[in-house]
Design a protein around this ligand. Structure first.
Ligand code: P6P
Length: 340
């Protein structure tokens, strides 16, 4: 440890023995993700100056206009993950198909990574926090060969690690390997992520609800009932609650993780299966929230981590946060909107 500070590298190595088949593989992989996050953080923090704002005039696989930072960050994480020698392939929000590496070192890698390099990128140009989301699995195809779709279409329960990097007032990396959730804040003066949030636990209750009420008219009745519950005046149960919605998933999630709260992105008219992608948005956050004592479901009684993906970019409704808040929202969905 550097004095009273524990760096990410020291922490991962200290905890390496927790991990059954670590042999340093996951250590190297998490460190490479952290390094790419430092590079992206540097660009985010000077986005207004570095000609990295704005759009590049093309759309991603989802028809969303790609920002310069989307493309920049995607390439940085792909390079870092391939360079780690531990990753045989990547599924990225920015790429329609998986990226299966061809070099022998990478083809022998035991892991695959699903990643959203810059989630919430529409917020870049107005200086609102954005984030990177990642999810790590052991591959199911034989080592020495190229990765295949099957490596990525695994249930969230099979994740070996997951996390996010939040580029906000500071840059924070939060991750889990299934033994709790820990957060590290980037200290630019020494270029190290330093342990700042040990063993994060989500409060079982909260007073924050996060949802885009612009879609209210088309929400399922169960969601409408829950919103009205949150807005009802009842000092006994500390309501009305507080509505907080940044429109940047990692930022909304991080606040609710630390303070308690619920984030809901249900089915809407534009997104009848929900907007958020299972592989690299719902699953990593669901792993984290469950490790922190919270819950993550699709609103219809299905635990997010149990959903078997059938498509790389499939979307799911997401109810995630403090366990008692998610349970009550689920109860209202069961009573008023029983099926998807
Ligand atoms: P809406 C950003 O585009 C994003 O993917 C998430 O970061 C965010 O939670 C959500 O979409 C916001 O969507 O429909 O409320 O603008």
């Amino acid at each position: 440890m550097m004095g009273s500070v524990t760096t990410l590298n020291e922490f991962i190595i200290d905890r390496q023995s927790d991990f059954p088949y670590a042999k340093g593989e996951l250590t190297r992989l998490l460190n490479h993700i952290g390094i790419a996050g430092k590079v992206v953080s540097r660009e985010v923090n000077k986005a207004g100056l570095a000609e990295i704002l704005g759009e590049i005039g093309s759309n991603n696989v989802h028809g969303e206009s790609q920002k310069k930072l989307d493309v920049y960050a995607n390439q940085k994480f792909i390079n870092a993950l391939q360079g780690s020698g531990e990753v045989c392939g990547i599924a990225s929000e920015e790429n329609e198909e998986i990226i299966a590496f061809d070099d022998d070192l990478a083809k022998n890698g035991p892991y695959i990574v699903s990643i959203d390099p810059v989630d919430g990128s529409s917020n870049i140009d107005v200086n609102v926090s954005i984030g990177t989301l990642f999810s790590i699995y052991r591959r199911v195809t034989p080592r020495g060969h190229r990765a295949g779709d099957a490596d990525f279409l695994q249930e969230g329960t099979r994740q070996v690690a997951a996390g996010y990097i939040l580029y906000g007032s500071s840059t924070v990396m939060v991750y889990t390997t299934g033994r709790g959730v820990n957060g590290f804040t980037l200290d630019g003066s020494i270029g190290e992520y330093c342990l700042s949030h040990s063993d994060i636990m989500a409060p079982p209750n909260g007073i924050i609800y996060s949802i885009n009420e612009g879609h209210y008219i088309k929400f399922p009745d169960g969601v409408k009932k829950y919103i009205k519950y949150c807005q009802t005046n009842d000092p006994q149960t500390n309501r009305p609650y507080v509505s907080r919605y940044i429109g940047s998933l990692v930022a909304d999630f991080h606040r609710n993780l630390l303070k308690g709260g619920i984030f809901i992105y249900p089915t809407t008219e534009q997104n009848p299966h929900g907007k958020l992608r299972l592989l690299y948005e719902c699953n990593p956050l669901a792993f984290l929230i469950e490790q922190a004592g919270g819950r993550a479901t699709d609103g219809y009684g299905n635990r997010i981590l149990d959903i078997k993906p059938s498509k790389l970019h499939q979307r799911e409704p997401l109810f995630i946060g403090s366990r008692n808040m998610v349970s009550l929202a689920e109860q209202m969905m069961k009573e008023y909107s029983p099926i998807k």
